[in-house]
Design a protein around this ligand. Structure first.
Ligand code: ZN
Length: 324
């Protein structure tokens, strides 16, 4: 008997990644393309093309694909299988399930990327023995997924655990990609750290700070990225170290809110900002979280699945066709 195969798709801020996997969730082949946001069917055309190429590469028929799991940043309408004004994509509507179901004759499941990541953690990662588990990504944006009492939280449209939009600053100093202000993601995500640094530098007294980062203020930060802040900090720049500490304190407030909301035994952390700078992300959260939560502090660690949580969760969805 021919083994069941499925497609897992990870729609990120920059890439569309597609993997062909067998029934053990082992990846047979995978490929990626820069995300196509020219028109609302651009992404579904990419998934169709990449999925077809992977089948050809592995000498499998596309009719053998039993299911397609797609994970993406929200917001989304899961029942309709489309994204609705997603924060990272400049389109109002991105239909995915309908165009792909007609091409592949397979069931398509769309889930939030944070939900996908926590599903992968519980099936293949550090969360196998836990009924109460949260995954948080600190990447271009901040997102999450939660399993509570063994149940994967989905929400009415699939947008549960959008923790990056928790309000952590009541003064609402910085604006979030969602259009509102004061959200966690607006301060601590990869795309927003440069804005936070600039905001702080514009308000600090130059006489009180010194070092290369303070001098960079004059350069107006046109090409400054989150990575640069961590590099300055790694080189011992005092201002950068202060800012990294403050970002860590804000992350701890976010993690405390997550702990109060879901009462997890374990929180795992992924996403490029965390995976590339674990020493600056993990420790300040562990140090400060108990100042902000009344709950027992959970075990907190970097995910062992590295950058693959979302893709593996999508594969699990493609194999099972449902969240049951
Ligand atoms: Zn927001």
């Amino acid at each position: 008997m021919v083994d069941k195969i499925a497609l897992g798709v990870d729609i990120g801020a920059t890439w569309v990644r597609v993997a062909l996997a067998d029934s053990n969730a082992d990846i047979l082949a995978k490929n990626k393309e820069p995300i196509n946001t020219e028109d609302e069917l651009g992404i579904s055309r990419q998934i169709e093309k990449l999925g077809t190429q992977l089948c050809e590469e592995m000498d499998r028929e596309i009719s053998e694909i039993s299911g397609i799991g797609i994970a993406s940043a929200g917001p989304m309408n899961r029942d309709e299988g489309h994204l609705v004004s997603p924060s990272n994509i400049p389109l109002e509507l991105v239909p995915l399930a309908k165009p792909l179901e007609s091409k592949f004759d397979a069931e398509v499941e769309l889930i939030n990327d944070g939900v996908s990541a926590v599903l992968a953690e519980s099936k293949y990662g550090a969360g196998e023995n836990y009924d109460n588990l949260v995954y948080i990504t600190i990447s271009t944006g901040i997102g999450g997924g939660a399993i509570v009492d063994g149940n994967l939280l989905i929400g009415k449209n699939g947008n549960a655990a959008e923790v990056g939009h928790f309000t952590i600053d009541e003064e609402e100093k910085l604006k979030c990609g969602c259009g509102r202000s004061g959200h966690w993601e607006a301060y601590c995500s990869g795309s927003n750290i440069p804005g936070f640094v600039q905001w702080k530098l514009e308000r600090c007294d130059p006489a009180e700070v010194e070092g290369p980062l303070a001098k960079a203020k004059e350069k107006r930060f046109t090409s400054f990225q989150a990575k640069d802040l961590f590099d300055y900090a790694r080189n011992g720049d005092p201002l950068a170290l202060n800012l990294v500490e403050e970002i860590g304190r804000l992350n701890a407030i976010g993690f405390a809110a997550v702990t109060d909301a879901y009462d997890p035994e374990l929180i795992t952390i992924g996403g490029g900002v965390a995976l590339n700078n674990p020493e600056f992300i993990l420790e300040p959260i562990k140090e400060n979280i108990s100042n902000h939560t009344q709950n027992e502090v959970p075990k907190i660690m970097i995910t062992p699945l590295k950058g693959e949580n979302v893709l593996y969760g999508a594969i699990a969805m493609g194999l099972s066709h449902s969240l049951e």
